[in-house]
Design a protein around this ligand. Sequence first.
Ligand code: HEC
Length: 185
Amino acid sequence: MRAHTLRGAFACTLSLAVAMGCQREHSDSARSVASTPAAAGAARALEQIDGRTPLPLLPMMAAHQKQNMREHLQAVQEMTAALAIGDFGGVKRAAARLGSSQQMTRMCEHLGARAPGFTETALRFHETADTIGVAADRQDRDAVLTALTRTLAACTGCHSTFKQRVVDEATWNALSAPARYVDGH
Ligand code: HEC
């Protein structure tokens, strides 16, 4: 329990720092769209149309998560560019950006702290991405493509399951943590 709390706090500080940078840049446009009744009604309508499972996130976490996602897509772009010219070193470097690491695990635990199943799905995805690097080491183009295909299936699988739900601090605190956080696992 304590280790999770500490790790969560670390990841949170990280996302705070990143997201505060973004917030400063966009604060004017944020003020103009925030909290008009029409905007709130439109957000409610979208919430009803989109039936995926909500991933509750504080605003800064939500901004950080989407930034992380765009970096994932960029890594895939770099990977296919490298594969096209037979640059297996480049494939391995790009794959490492999607692979498992302590920092990635901490971030996924933090982002999934109010969404049962999210962290597990995310960690399985990173483990699948690890297999791309293994195939690149063997300089096996077909195996790289197969591992990339399985990795992309993990991207699309999660996208069809979860949607972001941006919540305020009070709502966040009122939401219960998934069981693994309560019992310390
Ligand atoms: C464990 C879940 C999960 C995995 C795995 C995952 N994503 Fe996402 N991704 C999300 C969620 C949740 C959103 C927000 C979707 C929403 O609210 O509509 C998102 C959004 C995105 C976005 C939109 C970003 C933006 O700025 O709006 C991109 C691009 C993206 N993901 C790319 C990827 C790619 C590429 C992969 C795999 C290499 C991937 N994602 C894997 C959960 C995941």
